[in-house]
Design a protein around this ligand. Structure first.
Ligand code: UD1
Ligand code: UDP
Length: 366
């Protein structure tokens, strides 16, 4: 029996790891243990429910305004206890969160092989995004098997001296998740509200954007809404109290901007599928929107996902008000540029990444 422990703690990790868990569970020779750190709480629930996954362990670590110290310390020590108890063959972590980093570090301390899903993404700027660039590089420095989503991610790893035989290009598991969520017949009150308008879907949560940059992003959106009468904006606000505070302050009294609670993943994906364009600082949304043919304006100065830029599905508009306004204006006014982004090909795979990951694990440890 191969014992595979899967650890995750935040919304994007859950979206991208649940399809892997589902696939692992299809194989009787694999004993799957799911562990959530509880770095996120409410935002994780709809995803676990959708995939019908009940974790065997939940560390319940989330605190309001938690610091990186709080998360790192709690995940490290609590993962240690689970590892002692379960002694898994291998542990799967995902991406670049502090949950993933601290869990990987616990595995390393106990000589338990680490598989890193979504390995090899890089900006090479440790403060952009912060602390994710450090987290992903640190995880990759102790990873045994690298599941790189794209060829570009594999090349980053090879350049850093990782062995070719340990790196597999799988595609991104987020595309697998989309196959579970997208519905051809879908309705939602937000879509009814925006029926005769062009709908812009907004998200913003990055730590390094909280403060001046986030205010700039929101001001740009306000000014665009004033200028274009045929648009409406929906923004499911992240539960981080600092983000909530800025959003409520900046979008006060704007009729055509709707602030709502974070959406369950089915609703989020389907509203994205019906939106005209997306404005976001999210990582995962940069990967999802292109496969739905939706242009994405990324309110960041760097991205670890250059594939979308090269394919022409996303554009970096930075975090300054004027450049963001220019980017939005262009897509709202220039049909040719808009259509070019709509038609660009998604570079993130065919929706079979989880299957590949599990086959590789079976080959390695059967
Ligand atoms: C974390 C990840 C980030 C990822 C993001 C996805 C780190 C350091 N950051 O950032 O890489 O892009 O998740 O969303 O790992 N909160 C709730 N309920 C929830 C979730 C969060 O109330 O279900 C609030 C809590 O007050 C919490 C705060 O949000 O303290 C911030 O959460 P945290 O996980 O520390 O940071 P994120 O910005 O969510
Ligand atoms: N998402 C969601 N509900 C929302 C906003 C986002 O389910 O209200 C999903 C989205 O589809 C994507 C993931 O959450 O799969 C992205 O998470 P987030 O932007 O918080 O993190 P990042 O990808 O930047 O790490």
């Amino acid at each position: 029996m191969i014992k595979v422990l899967v650890i995750f703690g935040t919304r994007p990790e859950a979206v991208k790891m649940c399809p892997v868990v589902k696939e692992l569970k299809r194989h009787s020779e694999i004993d799957v243990i799911v562990c959530t750190t509880g770095q996120h709480r409410e935002m994780l629930i709809p995803i676990l429910e959708l995939f019908q996954i009940v974790p065997q362990y939940d560390f319940h670590i989330m605190k309001e305004n938690q610091t990186l110290f709080d998360v790192t310390e709690a995940v490290l020590t609590k993962t240690r206890e689970v590892l002692f108890h379960e002694m898994p063959t291998t542990v799967l972590v995902h991406g670049d969160t502090t949950s993933a980093f601290a869990a990987a570090m616990a595995c390393y301390y106990m000589h338990i092989p680490i598989c890193h899903v979504e390995a090899g993404l890089r900006t090479y700027n440790p403060y952009s995004p912060y602390p994710e660039e450090f987290n992903r590089q640190a995880i990759d420095s102790i990873t045994d098997i690298f599941f790189a989503p794209t060829k570009n991610a594999k090349e980053n790893l090879l350049r850093e001296g990782k062995k070719a035989e340990d790196i597999y290009v799988t595609g991104n598991t987020v595309i697998d998740a989309l196959q579970t969520t997208i519905q051809s017949e879908y309705s939602h009150e937000v879509l009814k509200w925006a029926e005769n308008s062009r709908l812009i879907l907004v998200t913003a949560h990055r730590r390094e954007n909280i403060g001046t940059s986030m205010r700039d992003i929101f001001e740009a959106i306000n000014e665009i809404v004033d200028k274009f009468e045929d648009i409406k904006v929906v923004y499911p606000v992240h539960l981080n109290p600092k983000v909530q505070e800025i959003a409520k302050e900046m979008f006060d009294k704007m009729d055509r901007i709707k602030l709502i609670k974070p959406l369950g993943v089915i609703d989020f994906h389907n509203i994205m599928n019906n939106a005209y364009l997306i404005i976001t600082d999210s990582g995962g949304i940069q990967e999802e929107a292109p496969s739905l043919g939706k242009p994405v304006l990324v309110t960041r100065n760097t991205t670890e996902r250059p594939e979308g830029l090269i394919a022409g599905t996303v554009k970096l508009v930075g975090t300054k008000k004027e450049s963001i306004k220019e980017g939005i204006k262009e897509l709202l006014s220039n049909k040719e540029i808009y259509q070019k982004m709509v038609k660009a090909q998604s570079p993130y795979g065919d929706g079979r990444a989880s299957e590949r990951i599990v086959q590789i694990l079976l080959k390695r440890w059967r």
